[in-house]
Ligand binder design. Structure first.
Ligand SMILES: Cc1ncc(COP(=O)(O)O)c(C=O)c1O
Length: 379
């Protein structure tokens, strides 16, 4: 049996102009099973009862938008994305709020980045309001899956891929847009500890004119070998350098980086500027605002490995941290490189790192006033 949300609400929910959002009747798992998952969800292992799916065909536009039972997709073996990787994704979270409501954090920014990613891969962008409608509908329908434990969240994964069965190399004529949701535990359940990083001198993540500033699946496939190399070297994460000179720091794995210069109220922050080869992180952008409001100067500029190493040696670089949706902020401790290892700080998270971390978490979890309008109430 299918129904539109119009039956349970006063106004019909639409996916796009003339495209209703159909809500299927879904058999949900028993509460006891759900609660067992939510007690220890980990990350990316469990999924909610439903998923959102919409289809696109050239000449027809978006159609057949529906909330349906979470489950396997039937894929044609000739499906273009399996061959030529026209595949993009986003990552954002829904947070249980103290008043019992559920809110996502800056989903408009994810919608805009998703559309940019689509355009770069010659895919039809999902209209930003349709992206929001899909995410909202899934979170609302599966709101029982939003965990309420300390620092727990519902991680949301919107993604789009070419679905046309065709082996010619050209932009596909058919696409799928999906949203799935996965309850996530606290990123650091046993306290925040600095990670060790390995500077990738053999492989690059992104080159000028490439796809480093969007979230396409291929960027992540191409990063895995360097990440394995980092682990073999005894490190937690890979740090990417610029492709041309391997001199400037760009990103850490799937996170942006910040360097703290000085200490106390006068501490300043530097973060690599958006040259087109790094992802414009929404956490990065939010932290720039939060840090400036705390009275810290934040500069976006190129930052070299030499400046990092020398700054640590002479005491001017006091802290380094990485940031992204999944972990919010992760302190960086030990740095390994062929040109010489060094360690930032004393092996414990720096004070500004932790203050910024708490400030952003407080906003996301609704523990302080949302003065920037960053929270988007879903249900
Ligand atoms: C390569 C890369 N850099 C940075 C980030 C951080 O971006 P955001 O803060 O929007 O999660 C991510 C995660 O999305 C990423 O995959």
């Amino acid at each position: 049996m299918t129904d539109t949300l119009a039956d349970s609400r006063t106004s019909a929910r639409m996916f796009a102009d003339g495209v209703p959002l159909v809500v299927e009747d879904v058999t949900t798992r028993p509460a006891s099973e759900r609660e067992a998952v939510l007690a220890d969800p980990g990350f990316g292992r469990y999924f909610t009862d439903r998923m959102f799916v919409a289809r696109y065909r050239v000449g027809e536009g978006w159609y057949d938008a529906r909330l349906t039972a979470y489950g396997p997709l039937q894929l044609d073996p000739a499906m273009a994305t399996l061959h030529y990787a026209q595949s993009i994704f986003e990552g954002l979270k829904a947070y249980a709020q103290p008043d019992g409501s559920v809110a996502t954090f800056r989903p408009e920014a994810n919608a805009a980045r998703f559309a940019r990613s689509a355009k770069r891969l010659a895919m039809p962008p999902v209209p930003e309001e349709s992206f929001l409608a899909a995410v909202d509908a899934l979170v609302d329908a599966d709101r029982d899956w939003v965990p309420t434990g300390p620092d727990q969240t519902l991680y949301l994964r919107p993604y789009q891929m070419a679905s046309e069965p065709f082996l010619g190399v050209r932009p596909a004529h058919e696409y799928l847009f999906l949203v799935i949701a996965s309850p996530a535990g606290a990123y650091f359940p046993r306290g925040v500890h600095p990670v060790s990083v390995y500077l990738s001198e053999d492989y690059i993540r992104a080159a000028p004119g490439g796809t480093g500033d969007i979230k396409c699946a291929g960027n992540y496939a191409a990063s895995l070998l360097a990440q394995e190399q980092a682990i073999e070297a005894g490190c937690d994460q890979v740090v990417w350098l610029d492709a041309a000179e391997k001199r400037y720091v760009e990103e850490m794995g799937g996170m942006n980086l910040f360097f703290v210069l000085g200490s106390g109220d006068d501490a300043e922050l530097v973060t690599p500027e958006l040259t087109g080869t790094l992802l414009p992180g929404i956490t990065r952008d939010s932290l720039i605002t939060v840090a400036e409001e705390m009275g810290h100067r934040v500069t976006e500029r190129r930052f070299s490995v030499d400046e990092w190493r020398q700054g640590v040696a002479d005491g001017s670089v006091t802290e380094t941290f990485a940031c992204g949706t999944a972990a919010v902020i992760t302190p960086v401790g030990e740095v390994k490189a062929r040109t010489g290892d060094f360690t930032v700080g004393d092996g414990t998270p720096g004070p500004l790192t932790m203050r910024l971390r708490e400030s952003l978490l407080d906003i996301q979890h609704g523990r302080v006033a949302d003065t920037h309008g960053w929270l988007h109430r879903v249900s």
